[in-house]
Design a protein around this ligand. Structure first.
Ligand SMILES: [Zn+2]
Length: 238
């Protein structure tokens, strides 16, 4: 019993200490703000490169990218009554779970310093993570593949439309693969069924109203049939 209480309390202390050092103004290497058409501040961004001073320039550019893209992503993924978060901290970590270049939650975008040193041009990663800030689904129970698919949809369809799409593997891919595979599927649905599909499904997800049947209600076809059509269309020579 005592142990049970002790462990969370010490973790809490550690996280509070971490939070304190994060808001230390000396540790902030770049700050900026995203504004709307009326000049009102939509998002304040603070970049902290204390743990990766060699990435200070990269961090400043990432901050600028966020201030440029936040209004665009907010417009893409707006929904009734939704007020997007107003603060974002970007920081670098030397230790991230394996295969995790970045993670975003609670107003903090944590980026693997090691990953960026090997992928200095991966600005799409910043747009993907920034989309998670805008999604702000809170405690809503949404499928992870769709959350990640929408983040990469914004990246692919809006930020880097010219980027090469990954090759599909119909024998092992499916719409629940998430990331770029799901993003390409969403692009295809918008092109062939409903140009506002992502906007609508995002609104439902944010309101905690996501159900798989929404695919049928919005397009007239169940998601499995849509996927089969997508795969058939992708196999045809352009
Ligand atoms: Zn993600």
């Amino acid at each position: 019993m005592k142990l049970k209480i002790f462990i969370p309390a010490s973790l809490l202390t550690l996280s509070l200490l971490a939070a304190d050092s994060d808001i230390d103004p000396v540790a902030v290497s770049w700050t900026g703000a995203a504004t709307n058409a009326q000049g009102e501040v939509m998002l304040q961004v603070a970049v902290n490169t204390t743990r990766a001073p060699d990435l200070a320039d990269w961090g400043s550019h990432a901050g600028e990218l966020c201030t440029e893209w936040y209004p665009k992503i907010c417009a893409l993924l707006d929904s009734e009554g939704f007020v997007p978060p107003k603060h974002l901290r970007i920081k670098f970590r030397e230790q991230m779970p394996p295969g995790t270049p970045a993670a975003t939650g609670g107003g903090v975008m944590s980026i693997s310093a090691d990953y960026i040193r090997h992928h200095t041009n991966d600005w799409g990663l910043v747009v993907h993570e920034l989309t998670h800030v805008v999604q702000d689904y809170g405690r809503s129970q949404n499928p992870g593949w769709l959350v990640e698919g929408i983040a990469d949809y914004v990246r692919l369809a809006s930020f880097e439309p010219q980027a090469r799409r990954p090759r599909l593997h119909p024998e092992r891919d499916n719409y629940r693969a998430g990331y770029k595979v799901t993003a390409m599927f969403l692009e295809w649905i918008e092109k062939n069924h409903d140009p506002h599909f992502v906007h609508k499904i995002n609104a439902a997800m944010r309101a905690g109203r996501y159900r798989p049947e929404l695919f049928t209600e919005l397009t007239g076809k169940p998601v499995d049939d849509l996927w089969a059509d997508f795969i058939a269309a992708s196999a045809k020579p352009a």
